[in-house]
Design a protein around this ligand. Sequence first.
Ligand SMILES: [Zn+2]
Length: 754
Amino acid sequence: MRRITWLGLFAVVFFLLAARADEAPLQGFIAANATAERQWEQKFRALPNPDNMRDDMQRLSARPHHVGSPYDKQNAEWILSKFKEWGWDAQIEEFDVLFPTPKERLLEMTGTTHFVAKLEEPAVAGDSTSNQQSEQLPSYNAYSPDGDATGPLVFVNYGLPDDYKTLDRLGISVKGAIVIAKYGGSWRGIKPKVAAEHGAVGCLIYSDPADDGYSVDDAFPQGPMRPADGVQRGSVMDFAAYSPGDPLTPGVGATPDAKRLAVKDAQSIAKIPVLPISYGDAQPLLAALGGPIVPKEWRGALPMAYHAGPSTGKVHLKLAFNWDVKPIYDVIAKIAGSDQADQWIIRGNHHDAWVNGAADPVSGQVALLEEARALGELAKQGWKPKRTIVYCAWDGEEPVLLGSTEWAETHEKDLEQHAVAYINSDGNGRGYLSMSGSNTLEHFVNDVAHDITDPETSLNVWQRLRDREISNAKTADAKKEIRDRADMRMSALGSGSDYSAFIDHLGVASLNIFYSGEDDDTGIYHSIYDDFYWYTHFADTKFVYGRALSQTIGTMVMRIADADLLPFEFNDFADTIKTYDKEVKKLADDERDQIIETNREIDDGLFAAVDDPRRPKVAPPKEDVPPHLNFAPLDNATDALVGSAQRYHTALEKGWAKGLAAGTLQDVNSGLRESERRLTTEQGLLRRPWYKNMIYAPGVYAGYGAKTLPGVREAIEQKNWEEADSEIERVSKVLTSESALIDSLSEKLESASR
Ligand SMILES: [Zn+2]
């Protein structure tokens, strides 16, 4: 009896809470539509099923499925059949792209110690897909050139520009040498690029156990980390300096009739031969290095003293590739919008892998598939999205964003007219929500995150992320900043996954969303051990974060597709631009102060005074003191943007209170869709015109890492002061134009609620 009473009470409380949730305002929805939207979203979130994800992962990762492999095509066809089964209008779009594969790989050391690298990843007992040698791509870096190089070996730490300054001070040149760099610290393609700029003739990249091996956790198969013979494959195409996608058809779709460059004219191919190796193969090479001991920060976790080199013996690196054009298969599926079918919400995750790719990309692909199944189910139950939903399973992401870039370039005109937003994922793990992308959607992403339950704590994923960020913040100020801000900050997108063509080239607002932070998947990244066995032993083994990812992105897709007013918002965006403005000013000041200080230390004889004669170092060269830059245009444009964002917010609140007519909503929506495109220029970034977004870009010397206000920031980093001033002008104009657009939307709202 008592039990029933309690249950009854719970039911009443639950009913009241549920009713409250239903009636709460929903950003972007008129009250009459908010309740229905919430109900459909709740139905949706009950549908993604971890057991399906597990089955789909086992199926998709059962065999190696890189570009050009039989299983890559079979997977695309299987994904297509699933979309059709779930009621989507789906098809495969095919492109023909340059995809080199190894014909010959030789790495040996000659001289007193003769050593030949084995360049093989062995099968592991118990891991049933690790022995599929006949279908596995050998370990290599795609878009390395052919080459036959011989030279002394030099260790260059992570192979970044600053590492070469350190080598200069040690009096070591890499001219005519083969360099060996550790994986990490930057995107891998930066390493051969910088090595070539310094005169090296070849580049080896190895995985040090300090970064993704036994220093971190037990090695596979006892634990998740990289074993002695594990190798990270990966592309070294210089996409950040040119463009991602097929190197033979830059800027246009790689359709059968496209005009193609000759391979020798493809600019984004690396300049010197480059090969990734395991630490098992690297250890004898590193042990043969002479010269000084390297700085402490350079040392790895191998049981040896790390010397910089050069080696007395020579290293011989010989690489040859099949430079074939291969077909790729993008699966494109649609649910047509019921009311505004010409507006598209696009969602993608790639399906190709370097080998079996359970974590990268299948863990993201299976979440995408469960979203698609669930949305198909809702459509059968009568849900009609207002806008068109486009789901994309991309091929050829690994060689560098081939499928998404070629599709976006082929459909450029359509996307300019129709695309509202693009939402990407590229694998998934266990832990905390990771969100990055266009800051105009920052408030929206925060909003959705409140509605998703974390599988491990039952907190909502927003709360859990915020708690972690507060706990990780290093200073009291940083903790306070998080506590005082209504929204969690969203980081900027660089490149390295399929959102790049959308945000960087077309100016389509984009997001990249996944869960991570509790498991480390770096140790099997791009190796034969990234497979079903690894994922189901060491990652999201119950696929509950797979379900959370489906729930998160699916809710976003539905909410944008159904919104009465698109969820772009400018307060967070303007606030973020303010932080960028501060950052670039500080960067210029720091750069200037540091040059003045170093010059003074040289003049005062400090370097000679502190030098250890047994370990002599060369003093750095003196540099010209940079002029002060004129940041006034950027400060003014930022202030104006903050004002415009506030005005829009106020106008919108008044508008909602008074009620907004369908015509007004439509008018404002078309302006909102334009808002990300306004951040692009026709001319694009200097020396890399494919990159048209003036706010976000991958760094020319960072690769995947984002450079915000890239024209200004990179000019300062490169000490190109005149260019920094002119780029400040250019980005300020873009921001001013954005403010004008936002003001025009505010006017529409203000006059409608007058
Ligand atoms: Zn991936």
